[in-house]
Design a protein around this ligand. Structure first.
Ligand code: S3P
Length: 202
């Protein structure tokens, strides 16, 4: 029997003003980018800086399903995982006032790209393969890195996904080896005035 619970409801660098102009001030601020790019750590810090709630789509999915992501991959394959991930993104992208971190592969699904670009102000946290490998080299959790050559896998995923991240995001922020605080401030700096914290909006 499949022990995974059904996920019911629960708890370019130029500013693309044309496509972000419709967003209300409470629109979710969403971080996309490869695994290891720092979406969750940076997202938590941005949420604190802006007085918003931080939500991690992967953790939300695990909470709804009652099993770790690796188990969902084992039982239902990547396809099953992606179906569940889209349900979670449908829900979270409609939540006001949050900072949302999505899983690295969310942009591979057209519906997710549409939701993240249409309902959220979305920022691509961009990091190079060497940096990602440095951060992920001891990872034993992520199913997509369980291969003979995880570094090559990261390079393949970056090549395939970089255009999708750029197509989905309103802005791109380089993470490099910057400290979390610096990246978080870089993200806040590229937010449109309507999403800036009240004290810095002019
Ligand atoms: C994935 C990234 C993971 C998680 C799943 C698949 C991917 O999220 O959603 O293992 O396809 O890159 P993080 O980016 O938070 O590691």
């Amino acid at each position: 029997m499949n022990p995974i619970a059904s996920p019911g409801p629960s708890a370019s660098d130029a500013v693309d003003t044309a496509s972000a102009a419709h967003l209300p001030p409470e629109a979710p601020i969403c971080l996309i980018g490869m695994m290891g790019s720092g979406k969750s750590t940076v997202g938590r810090r941005i949420a604190a800086l802006l007085g918003r709630r931080f939500v991690d789509a992967d953790r939300e999915l695990e909470a709804r399903c009652g099993v770790p992501i690796a188990t969902i991959f084992e039982l239902e394959g990547e396809e099953g995982f992606r179906r569940r991930e889209t349900q979670v993104i449908e829900d979270l992208s409609g939540r006001a006032g949050i900072v949302l971190a999505t899983g690295g592969g969310a942009v591979t699904i057209a519906r997710n790209r549409e939701l993240l670009r249409g309902r959220c102000f979305t920022i691509y946290l961009q990091a190079g393969v060497a940096e990602l490998w440095h951060r992920l080299r001891n990872d034993r959790v992520r199913p997509l890195l369980r291969t003979a050559d995880p570094r090559a896998r990261i390079a393949e995923l970056v090549a395939a996904r970089d255009p999708l991240y750029r197509e989905t995001a309103h802005r791109t922020v380089q993470t490099g080896r910057h400290p979390v605080e610096r990246t978080a401030l870089d993200v806040v700096a590229v937010l449109p005035p309507s999403l800036q914290p009240a004290s810095s909006a002019s």
